[in-house]
Design a protein around this ligand. Structure first.
Ligand SMILES: [Zn+2]
Length: 101
C-alpha cells in the first residue's frame, strides 16, 4: 500500500505532512489550497478506514494478551502504537473541493 499525502483536486498542489496535521486540529477540518485558494474538505479514504480499524483491533488484541504482563511493558507499547497511528494520519486523508458535495 503506497502512502500518499493529499493533493488539491483542483490544481494538484501537494500538501505537506505538517500542513495536513495543522488542519486536523481545526474544528471544521476545512482547509484552503495555498496555491489556488479553493476550499477543501478532508475525507478519510475507505481503504484507510479498514486498515485503521484493523490496526486498532490488533493493538487491542495485543493489549489483551499482555494482561498480566508488567504495566511498564504495556504502556510503552500502546504509546508506540498511538504514535505510529498519529504519524500516519495525514496519509489517510484526501481533499475534495466543494463541487463534489
Ligand atoms: Zn489548489
Amino acid at each position: 500500500m503506497k502512502l500518499k499525502l493529499p493533493i488539491c483536486p483542483h490544481c494538484q498542489y501537494s500538501f505537506s505532512w505538517g500542513s495536513v496535521m495543522k488542519t486536523l486540529w481545526r474544528f471544521d477540518g476545512l482547509t484552503k489550497c495555498p496555491q489556488c485558494g479553493i476550499v477543501l474538505y478532508p475525507i478519510v479514504s475507505r481503504r484507510w478506514h479498514m486498515s485503521l480499524s484493523t490496526f486498532i483491533m490488533l493493538c487491542i488484541c495485543f493489549g489483551m494478551q499482555m494482561v498480566g504482563v508488567a504495566f511498564s511493558i504495556i504502556v510503552p507499547v500502546f504509546l508506540l502504537c498511538a504514535l505510529i497511528a498519529m504519524l500516519l494520519i495525514p496519509y489517510w486523508y484526501s481533499y475534495y473541493d466543494e463541487d463534489r458535495h
